[in-house]
Design a protein around this ligand. Structure first.
Ligand SMILES: NC(=O)C1=CN([C@@H]2O[C@H](COP(=O)(O)OP(=O)(O)OC[C@H]3O[C@@H](n4cnc5c(N)ncnc54)[C@H](O)[C@@H]3O)[C@@H](O)[C@H]2O)C=CC1
Ligand SMILES: O=C(O)CCC(=O)C(=O)O
Length: 488
């Protein structure tokens, strides 16, 4: 039974006020490192609550868009400062809600603060071009207008960075927001919104509505007054949201799964490749859409790479992310743990060889969390489930190849195309990889995860709806271009 004493209940934030949902049935956010601990309670909202939030956002948006970009930017700077004051508290909440280590959570919260400051500056930058008209007396130019009300549906794996890299550009370009976070990380989300409230953001500009994906998430996708929906999460849900939005003519942006490869060439720096494979594959318990999942190694370096990898993986300290010595925390929820364990079983059943990890850790102090050992398979072939499907857990699949052509063929032989890495010193290998790898993010001598806030981010193939987030690319989703023709 979960402990239910002295745990705060977080309201929805609608029209500038913290309010209780009409259902009166809070949802508990549980600590995956210790499932007896409730981190906080969230609202289990209904369609009525969503309708109120959308109405507030719709009413607030015209005045918000009429402010100058510089003034909107000032609000973002203030939100960043409020978050900075609460950096440790927000990071610790993130760790308690979804399990990543405190160090990673703090890094992510800082990243959120930097994203806010980056987009605050965007409020002062150009939004259009002057285009010569065929009429010599006319002035023709483009400008940009906000979409209106934007729905923001986010997952639990980056509970600060993802909502902020969606909300900051939405706000700077003049949109208002209805924000539905994953329930696993609703308390972290409420704390971000508390910072927005403390920064004095006008009522209704951002509205937080917690609740189930099928009611509030789907409700956002269907709502006739929501003009655009930005989503990160699973492929199945993303496609459903895309279809719902398309059917009613709303704009949508989907960031979904990955099955990211790293190629280790014979001439790779062995230590660098091993470190990056471990960091890219196992940090955050492998729960990143950019996580390394397939490790394609050339035969000349295979044995040395494998030996070093296993030695390092077996030394990783699994535990509660709030404890300083922990390198890898638990899976974020019971479903994730179940999924990871089921993929490990499938790997064995389909003929891969388990060479590290493979189950729950034995330690007694880990018994009440959703822990799994960092796991490595070898003898993995391209058709196996663990080589094709997103696991979203700390599982690496080693695949041995003779040539780099073979490596690239295997690397591209999946339905996803989010990120990919190669380790090599050969410029020809690097150029072939940059050219031929079907992924939105290609990295040379660097791990597959690691997104920079000022650069475009998004995937090819089934990994995204082919748009890009972050950096200046965000303007493409959060605004519409207007071409203006003026004649005296
Ligand atoms: N690309 C990424 O970064 C992520 C990928 N995933 C993948 O998804 C798998 C399952 O994780 P989940 O948390 O269940 O992801 P999910 O896709 O169900 O959840 C993501 C968000 O969508 C909402 N949602 C759920 N059902 C919805 C619906 N019918 N309509 C609208 N919104 C809905 C959720 O409440 C949450 O806010 C993971 O194992 C992983 O493979 C999950 C999280 C992030
Ligand atoms: O690697 C990163 O920093 C971003 C990953 C991401 O967007 C995700 O896992 O959803």
């Amino acid at each position: 039974m979960a402990t239910e004493t002295q745990v705060q209940i977080y309201g929805n934030y609608i029209n500038g006020e913290w309010v209780t949902a009409s259902s009166q049935e809070p949802i508990a956010s549980i600590n995956p490192a210790n499932t007896k601990e409730v981190v906080g309670y969230l609202q289990n909202s209904t369609s009525d609550d969503l309708n109120r939030a959308v109405a507030a956002a719709k009413e607030a948006q015209p005045a918000w868009r009429k402010l100058s970009g510089a003034v909107r930017g000032e609000y973002l700077y203030k939100i960043a400062s409020e978050m900075e004051k609460r950096l440790d508290e927000i990071a610790a909440t993130m760790t308690r809600e979804m399990g990543k280590t405190f160090g990673e959570a703090k890094g992510e919260t800082l990243r959120g603060i930097n994203i806010l400051r980056y987009y605050a500056g965007e409020g002062m930058r150009k939004v259009g071009d002057v285009i010569p008209s065929s009429d010599s007396e006319a002035l023709m130019f483009t400008t940009r207008v906000p979409l209106g009300v934007v729905g923001v549906i986010t997952p639990w794996n980056f509970p600060v960075a993802i909502p902020i890299w969606k909300m900051a550009p939405a706000l700077i370009y003049g949109n208002s927001i209805v924000f539905k976070p994953a329930s696993e990380t609703g308390v972290t989300a409420a704390k971000i919104v508390e910072c927005m409230d403390a920064a004095g953001l006008p009522a209704g500009v951002v509205n937080l509505v917690c609740g189930s994906g099928s009611v509030i998430g789907q409700g956002i996708a269907e709502h006739p007054s929501i003009n655009g929906v930005t989503f990160t999460g699973s492929n199945t849900v993303g496609k459903q949201i895309g279809q719902t939005c398309l059917a009613r003519g709303a704009k949508y942006q989907l960031e979904m799964g990955g099955k990211n490869p790293v190629i280790v060439a014979n001439d790779a720096d062995l230590d660098q490749a091993v470190e990056a494979t471990i960091s890219g594959g196992l940090r955050s318990t492998g729960q990143k859409c950019t996580a390394t999942s397939r490790v394609i190694v050339q035969s000349g370096i295979y044995d040395a790479f494998k030996e070093k990898l296993i030695e390092k993986v077996e030394a990783l300290k699994v535990g509660d992310g709030l404890q300083g010595e922990t390198w890898m925390g638990p899976c974020a929820n019971a479903n994730q743990l179940k999924t990871v364990l089921s993929y490990i079983e499938k790997g064995i059943a389909e003929g891969a060889t388990l060479i590290a990890g493979g189950g729950k850790p034995d330690a007694e102090d880990l018994a009440s969390g959703y822990y799994v050992q960092p796991t490595v398979f070898e003898d993995v072939t391209g058709s196996m489930s663990i080589a094709q499907e997103e696991i979203f857990g700390p599982v690496l699949a080693l695949m041995k190849v003779e040539t780099l052509e073979e490596a690239l063929e295997i690397a591209n032989d999946v339905e996803y195309g989010l990120s990919a890495s190669i380790f090599t010193k050969n410029i020809g290998n690097m150029l072939a990889f940059i050219q031929d790898m079907d992924a939105g993010l290609v990295r040379i001598n660097a791990e597959s995860a690691g997104v920079e806030l000022q650069a475009p981010f998004g995937g090819m193939k089934q990994s995204s709806s082919h748009s890009r987030e972050q950096g200046q690319a965000a303007i493409e989703f959060f605004t519409a271009i207007k071409t203006v023709f003026v004649k005296p």
